[in-house]
Design a protein around this ligand. Structure first.
Ligand code: SF4
Ligand code: SF4
Length: 264
């Protein structure tokens, strides 16, 4: 579970850095696209580093560092270690930072070198690639904001809480809870493979609201009955391997470890 950093941020403008690692940069883009809110953010914090918005970063001690993307190279590993040392609070934002993202779905299977060679051949890299992993595989993470991408209401609620010294709490229910509140017809009734029961809520059941199944981008709901739901989805004609592969797509390898741990 999340190890909570009890640091209280003073109401005077906290120093903030927003950093991108391996990912599509969609979370940073979402923050910029919020327009009205981003102006409030600029007024509420002392934004020292946000390369997507300003090419003049100031790298020094930070109250809060927001990290997007997984850690996929030696250079990124060094960089996240340095940011962690400078930041009182570190928040992982987006599926890649929280769970490793699709790029970490096979991590730990012992075939990384083979895959690298198959895709890149004898390419010389500027920095050595490593198996892509979530941020907390390398450094301690204080808070998590999942999603692919993150949602603006949840992002600004979390930022606002941190600014005011209130500990952000993870949403305790699965996506299904929000889906029911939104009065959606359950996709499982139509034999559509939805991971809502296994996924942490907080997104407002964004996908089922539009008739699309949840693919698990908010990460594992720790109370989810994984064994039963996987067995149930098998009754739709999918093999267990196919289902686990789908789960890994956004749950990364982390979710398999979680399933293994629960099986013991
Ligand atoms: S559609 Fe998906 S998220 Fe909604 S209730 Fe059914 S299983 Fe849960
Ligand atoms: S419904 Fe599932 S896949 Fe869609 S945003 Fe929510 S957690 Fe992510």
């Amino acid at each position: 579970m999340v190890e909570v950093n009890k640091t209280r941020i003073p109401l005077t403008k906290p120093k903030v850095g927003i950093y991108g690692f391996t990912g599509c940069a969609g979370d940073q883009l979402l923050l910029i696209h919020t327009e009205d809110e981003i102006i409030n953010l600029y007024n509420s914090v002392d934004l020292r580093s946000f390369v997507m918005a300003s090419s003049n970063p100031i790298e020094e001690e930070l109250d809060i560092a927001f990290i997007e993307g997984s850690i996929s190279t030696e250079e990124e590993r060094d960089r996240i270690l340095k940011i962690r040392k400078r930041a009182k609070i570190l928040v992982a934002i987006g599926n890649c930072a929280v769970n490793g993202g699709p790029q970490s779905m096979c991590v730990g299977d012992g075939r990384f070198e083979m895959r690298l060679k198959k895709i890149y051949g004898d390419t010389t890299f500027l920095t050595d690639p490593i198996e892509s992993q979530p941020v907390d595989a390398i450094v301690n993470v204080d808070f998590y904001l999942p999603g692919c991408p993150i949602g603006a209401p949840q992002a600004f609620a979390l930022i606002s809480r941190l600014i005011h010294g209130v500990i952000p709490e993870p949403y305790p229910h699965p996506v299904c809870h929000e889906c029911k509140l939104n009065e959606n017809r359950c996709l499982l009734l139509d034999k559509i493979c939805c991971f809502g029961p296994l996924t942490s809520g907080g997104c407002g059941s964004a996908c089922p609201n539009h008739g699309l199944p949840c693919v698990g981008c908010w990460g594992a709901n720790e109370d989810g009955n994984f064994d039963y739901h996987i067995e149930f989805l098998e009754s739709f004609g999918k093999t267990k391997e196919e289902i686990l592969r789908l789960i890994r797509g956004y749950g990364g390898h982390k979710i398999l470890k979680f399933i293994e741990k629960r099986g013991k």
